[in-house]
Design a protein around this ligand. Structure first.
Ligand code: SF4
Length: 406
């Protein structure tokens, strides 16, 4: 049993409370001092004026990609310590493809997409290192992490658009749908007038299958149903013919029939604009239906990635296998639905070994000693797991023998 200090009193901790979560006043001061320094440096960097384009122009690794994430680290400097929300993420979004990013809540999916949009809540949240490259329609490549805020305004909402999870909180409740949609066009399209912006908004509302467009254009968000609001969000995202749509849990707040319609709409729209979609979800059913490529994230890192066939037919990482097993309808045995036991480790104090160790039913000796290297199974299929590392093959064999012998 441990203790912590509160107003100079020593308070006893309950048995089940993790005492490492409590900080001394001295530690709190040290964290606050360090954070203050980081915030100052960050603000200076982002507010740079007159930065020439050459400073943030770069080259893509593969010209067939729209976006490339390379060893991205995005941290949150909180009062209790640094949360490594995205901790070395690398994957590509190819032109014209749907890339599904899957994982449970808090695994870093949304923070990865917000890093791409430069929408991480600053100054607490910051891209600390790594690279995010974006290629526009003319073939120009930008290093997003080096772009000053004013340059990013030309890309965000125009070339890269985002559909958020809950349209009621993403649409402004005090402005009519028409005003909010027109604003996007007026902001990003040169020579746009209020008439041309309205015409474009009406065209987009028609495109997403809204029936009485004039009435919807003139409505407030609360006058529309959840499905209609999500269609409006999609219409708004499409207004400027984006090259990439980030759909962050676009169907989570909707009922099942509307979900299917919205997914169908997203697929149609992607083909019509020849764009790419980064689809963020915790729903493997949505991924199976929509994605070409899949990225599985756990505790801020990618644990497996591959084509949708590879991930669904031949999942390698025990976490991916656990996610598959916990899908409703995946095993028609009449038993309780499978759930992955345990919890994600404390994000402020991640272990120096496999993050899935405390929940993994296939863990063996090396798993508690080091973080697994990236193992390759095909040109497109990768996973970080010691089970497939040839240097641990004999440990695995010994472990199996021991289990067999009781
Ligand atoms: Fe499980 Fe070990 Fe693989 Fe981690 S490295 S997922 S603990 S088998």
């Amino acid at each position: 049993m441990g203790f912590f200090n509160f107003k100079n009193k020593k308070i006893q901790l309950e048995d089940d409370i993790d005492e490492t979560m409590y900080l001394s006043v001295k530690e709190e001061r040290r964290i606050a001092k360090e954070n203050k320094k980081v915030f100052r440096d960050y603000t200076k960097l982002k507010r740079r004026k007159n930065v020439s384009e050459e400073e943030y122009l770069t080259q893509m690794r593969d010209s067939a990609n729209v976006v490339e994430f390379d060893d991205l680290h995005t941290y949150f400097y909180t009062d209790v310590g640094t949360v490594k929300s995205v901790n070395g993420v690398s994957f590509d979004v190819p032109q014209g493809k749907i890339v599904g990013v899957v994982g449970e809540s808090g695994c870093g999916k949304s923070v990865t997409s917000l890093s791409l949009m430069q929408l991480v809540q600053a100054p607490t949240g910051q891209i600390v290192s790594g690279s995010i490259r974006y290629q526009d329609a003319t073939g120009k490549c930008y290093e997003i992490t080096d772009m000053p805020t004013d340059a990013m305004l030309h890309i965000r909402g125009k070339d890269i658009a985002m559909i958020f999870q809950e349209p009621m909180t993403s649409l402004n409740p005090v402005f009519k749908i028409g005003n909010q949609m027109d604003e996007v066009v007026l902001l990003h399209v040169e020579d746009a007038t209020s008439e041309s912006a309205k015409a474009r908004s009406i065209e987009m509302l028609n495109l997403v299958g809204i029936a009485d467009v004039e009435k919807v254009y003139d409505s407030y968000p609360h006058e529309l149903s959840g499905g209609m609001r999500q269609r409006v969000m999609i219409a708004m995202a499409l207004s400027c013919d984006p090259r990439l749509i980030i759909a962050d849990e676009p169907t989570t707040a909707l009922d099942v029939t509307i979900q299917a319609q919205i997914l169908e709409l997203l697929r149609e729209v992607k083909d019509r604009i020849h764009g790419s979609i980064m689809l963020i979800t915790h729903d493997l059913g949505v991924i199976a239906e929509m994605a070409d490529l899949v990225v599985v994230m756990y505790a801020g890192r990618i644990v497996e990635k591959g084509t949708v066939q590879e991930i669904f037919k031949n999942p390698k990482h025990p976490y991916t296998i656990g996610l598959m097993k916990s899908r409703p309808g995946s095993q028609n045995t009449g038993d309780r639905l499978y759930s992955i036991k345990g919890q994600v480790p404390n994000p402020i104090n991640m272990p120096p070994y496999c993050y899935f160790y405390n929940r993994c039913d296939k863990a063996f000796a090396p798993c508690s000693q080091s973080y697994p290297d990236l193992m390759q199974f095909s040109k497109t299929h990768f996973a970080n797991c010691h089970l497939y590392d040839p240097k641990y093959a004999s440990d695995l064999k010994d472990e199996k023998m021991e289990k067999q012998n009781g």
